[in-house]
Design a binder for this molecule. Structure first.
Ligand SMILES: [Zn+2]
Length: 262
């Protein structure tokens, strides 16, 4: 009986994995729900080939490691949170948030990019999640207020941090030009993490966004510190270490995941 009902999260997790993979494949390229294409030779996949994870018929390249990792991790996460659901979110909303976090994380890790359409969709999802969480204790209107306040706080704090970051960047503008890592206007503006912090603020609400941002910055800082130490140990220049771009997105997601699910 137990194993029979587990088929439900396994099946749902597999479908969710396909969805995460699909959006991670097409959104950074076309910004819309387009026909998926082979990353190697750009030939379009038929939907049947794409959804059954077949190799490309044009160049023969099999599907990348990320595709399989996402499928396996999503199924594992769905089974785990089916058996031990998030007390804050419950099962259905928890699954939707997992899918959202999956998409943001994969795109951010692969492209160092948080897209505006996903931020916009996240704002709507964030408000729904925030109201769901906070209205149980505080009623609908106060709950919505706490969600909005959390969103405003997350956005505001990261906005200020990026203003400071922009100032530092201007001070070493010449160097940045030489080592420009920007491959997209959205990343060049550096606004992705600011919007993400706003979305997570809506989800977690006030005052929990405060803890999540703090944990995210600490995690990001710790990993970056270890990275700098590793560079120094390899006798690279300090300046090279300082030039390294810190993407906070994945750390914020990790931190929000911790507070929402664990
Ligand atoms: Zn191909």
């Amino acid at each position: 009986m137990m194993s029979a009902t587990l088929l439900i999260p396994i099946l749902l997790g597999w479908i969710a994995g396909l969805f995460i993979n699909y959006l991670s494949d097409v959104l950074p390229r076309t910004r819309r729900f387009s026909q998926p294409a082979c990353p190697q030779c750009q030939a379009s996949f038929s939907w049947m080939d794409y959804l059954t994870l077949r190799a490309c018929r044009n160049c023969g390249r099999s599907r990348n490691l990320r595709t399989w990792l996402v499928q396996i991790l999503t199924v594992a996460a769905f089974v785990y949170f089916w058996l031990f659901p998030s007390t804050a979110l419950g099962i259905p909303l928890g699954m939707i948030v997992l899918i959202y976090f999956g998409i943001i994380t994969v795109i951010d890790l692969e492209h160092r990019l948080i897209l505006h359409p996903t931020s916009l969709a996240g704002a709507i999802l964030g408000l729904i999640v925030g109201i769901y969480i906070h209205s149980r204790a505080d009623g609908l209107w106060l709950g919505a207020g706490k969600s909005l306040l959390g969103g405003l706080f997350g956005f505001g704090v990261m906005f200020l941090l990026y203003q400071v970051g922009a100032l530092v960047t201007r001070l070493r503008a010449r160097k940045m030009e030489a080592a420009s890592q920007a491959d997209d206007e959205e990343e060049a503006l550096g606004g992705g993490d600011v919007y993400l912090a706003g979305v997570l603020g809506l989800m977690l609400g006030w005052p929990f966004i405060w803890n999540a941002l703090l944990l995210g910055v600490l995690l990001g800082g710790l990993i970056s510190f270890l990275f700098v130490v590793a560079l120094l140990l390899r006798r690279r220049y300090m300046s090279e270490a300082l030039m390294t771009f810190i993407p906070y997105g994945p750390y914020f997601i990790l931190s929000a995941f911790y507070f929402l699910f664990l």
